[in-house]
Design a protein around this ligand. Structure first.
Ligand code: LLP
Length: 427
């Protein structure tokens, strides 16, 4: 990322972990555990660094809501001038509620429903990235019904090879479910041009997540540039946006994020040559390192030659370790000089319920607070209520202040949509 990067909003003060100017012990005491804690300064820092690296190009950063859609974080990013990238009607609802206007919103996703498309068109979103000819035709029909013209981008599968850490987060390789197969894109562009309620304004790709190399982006942009020429060659001159998706990797252990200067330099001449405005949809890069999960150790036990720390957070709070084999650094909040090798597990009735396996870490026992790092992206948003566990709280820290930006769920929240007295219907 270059010099002077704020690598963490979390540091030790007098030996104990703090987020910016607030002791994590205090947050645990006042808000309870499990709780997600986010550093506002770090989120601002990441956004501003990317924004200034791209400043040599006409561009806009559309923060990807799916990484972390908390209202407090959305507000912060809106104040910085970000747009958003959404993938569902629910995210559209959140974005509008957070004060984003239609023109700030890019709508993507592989399976948008009729209702979601209608809502997006009614909100006049700036761009709908489409994934098939059938979707373009559906949008044309819905736009006619709404009485508008849809601005669409073609999400291209550029069929490039990426270095993503896990196969579940690769998207731009041949045969993926995402995007329009490369050799069908020109035909879909022709279809767009033939429809009266669709205007083709963009080309889009998203090649994967947790990417460290710049060359797949360059390869992808070159593939899109080739398509652009072919599309223009058909007399279609309406394109305005080149959307290169998200995917910038962050450090969970010893990885190094792509150098933003190098990233921007690699793209500049190629994007300038297109005459299009660059759009990016980062999620993890903006919030990933800016969040940690506070959990309390309930029990320490020994079984079959292994040590277990049984915590009040597990796969229901953070599914990344069990779903993607993801590594998240874990530390004791209070100073601790000893070390142990332990499985850090949750209370869920699943053997796959763990935060770390065989981890060499700070010594800890019942009652101790642990900090699970780098969970700002794809943490709380992927939480579930399995085992009827209320989702935890979310806290935003800004300097020496903190605010609860999501309250802890209550048992009543978990059952209020259910009935024990069904309204039976028969044919
Ligand atoms: N744009 C599109 C079309 C996407 O599908 C995604 C992420 C992004 C942008 C943002 O990617 P990012 O900058 O955050 O890498 N749950 C997984 C990650 C799934 C990513 C899905 N798509 C995880 O926890 O690693």
């Amino acid at each position: 990322m270059g010099e002077g990067v704020l690598t963490s909003g979390f540091a030790r003060v007098d030996g104990a972990l703090a987020c910016e100017g607030v002791a994590l012990e205090r947050i645990a005491r006042e808000v309870g555990t499990p709780t997600y804690v986010y550093s506002a300064t770090m989120i601002r820092d990441r956004y501003s660094r990317l924004d200034s690296a791209l400043s040599v190009l006409p561009h806009r950063i559309h923060y990807t809501l799916k990484a972390n859609s908390n209202a407090g974080i959305l507000r912060l990013l809106r104040e910085l001038g970000a747009g958003v990238d959404i993938v569902s009607g629910g995210e559209l609802y959140r974005a509008l509620r957070a004060g984003f206007r239609g023109e700030d919103i890019v709508f993507g996703g592989v399976g948008k429903t009729e209702r979601e498309l209608r809502e997006a068109l009614e909100a006049s979103v700036s761009l709908i990235n489409v994934e098939s000819e059938a979707e373009v035709r559906a949008i044309d029909r819905i736009a006619a019904d709404v009485g508008t013209t849809a601005r669409v981008g073609l999400r291209v599968n550029p069929e490039v090879t990426v270095d993503s850490s896990h196969r579940y987060i690769k998207t731009g390789e041949r045969g993926a479910k995402f995007g329009i197969p490369f050799d069908e894109v020109l035909e879909v562009a022709r279809v767009c041009a033939s429809l009266t309620h669709v205007e083709l304004v963009g080309l889009d790709m998203h090649i994967g997540s947790q990417l460290f190399r710049v060359d797949p982006y360059v390869d992808g942009v070159e593939r899109l540039t080739g398509l652009l020429a072919a599309i223009r060659g058909e007399g279609i001159e309406t394109l305005r946006y080149l959307d290169i998706g998200g995917g910038l990797g962050v450090s969970y252990s010893d990885e190094v994020s792509p150098d933003l200067g190098r990233f921007a330099r690699a793209l500049t001449s190629r994007v300038k040559a297109t005459g299009l405005m660059l759009l990016m949809e980062p999620g993890r890069f903006i919030v990933g390192n800016a969040g940690m999960l506070l959990t309390r150790v309930l029990y320490r036990k020994h079984s079959g030659g292994r040590d277990f720390l049984v915590c009040d957070a597990g796969m229901t709070e953070l599914i990344r370790p069990s779903h993607y084999d993801a590594y998240h650094r874990i530390e004791s909040v209070q100073p601790n000089s000893g070390s142990i090798t332990a499985d850090v597990v949750g209370p869920i009735c699943e053997s796959g319920d763990f935060l770390a396996l065989g981890r060499e870490m700070d010594d800890a026992g019942a009652g101790d607070l642990l900090a699970v790092h780098d969970v700002g992206a794809y943490g709380y948003v992927m939480a579930s209520n399995y085992n009827t566990r209320p989702r935890g709280a979310e806290v935003l820290v800004d300097g020496d202040r903190f605010a609860v930006v999501t309250v802890r769920e209550r048992y009543e929240d978990l059952v209020h949509l259910e009935t024990a007295d069904p309204d039976w219907r028969t044919a």
